[in-house]
Design a protein around this ligand. Structure first.
Ligand code: ADP
Length: 465
């Protein structure tokens, strides 16, 4: 017998002493380093197993104090994580499969037992249980992480029935998970959606959460993973920043207007003649004051737009007329840059109900950018009439935008390192304002572009039929 390795410690609970003796003999005949302790009663056996460390339990199912699968259930309820092999005199497939489902590793019928089959069963049961325990540890580690994080996590079926919910989500939604499992998730769960919901914060106060929904798999079926993040503090900071921006821009506007007016008067010679050098310096001042004023105006607008304090002054007009007027105003700068500027418009009127000034601003910004960032070639403006909206496209053959920069084009204060060819300084706010204005009109705005090939800016607006 090899005594250098640690012996395997087995325990058998079996009311028949003869059967215990048979098992002991079979084990001894294998000449392996195996110890076998036994008990003829379930309760006594469990007690001994709990007090000592065993590698495996051989369990009979017809014990005086534990009959049938009840013996297994009683043993499992003590949460002893050792493998169990059922040893029984009844060859019952149904009982065997229930026993396996309830956590037994194997089911051996005493009559057909041999030393080899018993040892195989013991070794495989121990191996399997070790793998099971490792998986269970991993599962429970993941479970505690998911339970501990302050981000709410919910999994729901496509028809919104909740399948899983973690502690944070339970708290945010102020519901007990028992009530929520299988009940409908109280908000929409479209894939890729971001939306805001009222939540109860982890500190007990009420606030705002942002839900982000993603496609996932759950039990082999397509489902939705909903992540909920507490954004109350971020929102408050955002509101403070908006208020600050608004105050600062307001305070800057008045003095800037008066500075501009004074420089313009001096520059025009209204207060005495000026020489060429003075004129150059004054023009430089004027350009910079204009840039500052644009920045302040943009800042004020973006803060108003974000705070949803922007009022639209809607009227009905033919969108084609607006495009014609704006294209005309860009004709001369386009000609001076040797860029072809043209348009294609539908034959019939395209009536929109919109704030003409705001849409003018969007078009001026996009066409202005196209002109700024195009060295040679053309700019084309087109309008397509769709069922309930128009689609306007401003396409240029200019510098284009790289794949990496493309998702950030409509972000605030974004400029992609390249100077416009005329070195005009922008504020990096124009497109974010345009996006907000178009969305305020229930339209959409997007861009397609390729570096060094050109860009196509699209937006839609609802039309009146
Ligand atoms: P800016 O005031 O800088 O023009 P915008 O928000 O209007 O601010 O534009 C942001 C940035 O997007 C620009 O600085 C430029 O880098 C890029 N961009 C916008 N339109 C175009 C275009 N037609 N071609 C190439 N780049 C563009």
């Amino acid at each position: 017998m090899n005594t250098s390795v640690k012996p395997l410690k087995l325990f058998i609970i079996e009311d028949n002493e003869t059967d215990i003796a048979v098992v002991r003999r079979l084990i001894q005949s294998s000449k392996q380093n195996i110890l076998l302790d036994s008990s003829t009663r379930l309760k006594e056996g469990i007690k001994q197993i709990l007090e000592n460390q065993y590698d495996l339990l051989l369990l009979d199912l017809s014990l005086p104090d534990g009959h049938g699968l009840d013996a297994l259930v009683q043993f499992k309820s003590k949460s002893v994580h050792i493998p169990v092999v059922i040893l029984t005199s009844t060859d019952d497939r149904v009982v065997a499969s229930i026993a396996i489902r309830q956590g037994a590793q194997d089911y051996i019928v005493k009559e057909s037992i041999t030393a080899a089959s018993l040892l195989h069963s013991i070794h495989y049961a121990i191996e399997r249980k070790a793998v099971e325990n490792a998986l269970e540890t991993e599962r429970s580690n993941f479970h505690s992480i998911v339970e501990m994080i302050n981000e709410g996590i919910v999994v729901a079926t496509l028809d919104r029935r909740v399948q899983f919910i973690n502690r944070a989500a339970e708290h945010f939604l102020q519901t007990d998970r028992i009530q929520l499992i299988n009940a409908p998730f109280p908000f929409k769960i479209e894939d890729g959606e971001f939306f805001e919901i009222p939540i109860q914060r982890l500190n007990g106060n009420f606030g705002s959460g942002i839900c982000h929904t993603l496609k996932t798999d759950w039990m082999g079926q397509e489902a939705r993973l909903i992540m909920i993040r507490d954004i109350t503090v971020e929102k408050a900071a955002e509101q403070m920043k908006d208020a600050f921006l608004q105050n600062v821009s307001h305070e800057l506007r008045t003095p800037l207007t008066s500075i501009r007016e004074s420089i313009a008067q001096v520059s025009e010679g209204l207060h005495g003649e000026i020489n060429d050098k003075q004129d150059r310096y004054l023009s430089l001042c004027l350009n910079n004051v204009d840039y500052l004023k644009r920045t302040v105006d943009d800042l004020l607008d973006i803060s108003k737009l974000e705070a949803a304090r922007f009022e639209l002054n809607k009227t009905s007009f033919d969108f084609r007329d607006l495009v014609k007027t704006i294209t005309l105003s860009f004709k001369s700068p386009a000609v001076s840059k040797n860029i072809q500027l043209d348009k294609s418009l539908p034959k019939s009127p395209v009536i929109v109900e919109a704030d003409r000034d705001k849409i003018t601003r969007v078009l001026m910004n996009i066409i202005g950018n196209a002109l700024k960032f195009t060295e040679e070639g053309s700019i084309h403006i087109s309008i397509k009439k769709k069922i309930d909206h128009l689609e306007c496209c401003i396409s240029d053959t200019g510098l284009g935008i790289s794949k990496e920069d493309l998702p950030h084009v409509f972000d605030k204060f974004v400029q992609f390192g390249k100077l416009s060819l005329t070195h005009e300084i922008g504020t990096g706010l124009g497109l974010s304002i345009s996006k907000a204005l178009i969305e305020l009109h229930n339209g959409k705005i997007w861009v397609e572009s390729e570096l060094n090939k050109g860009s196509q800016f699209y937006f839609t607006l609802p039309v009146i039929k």
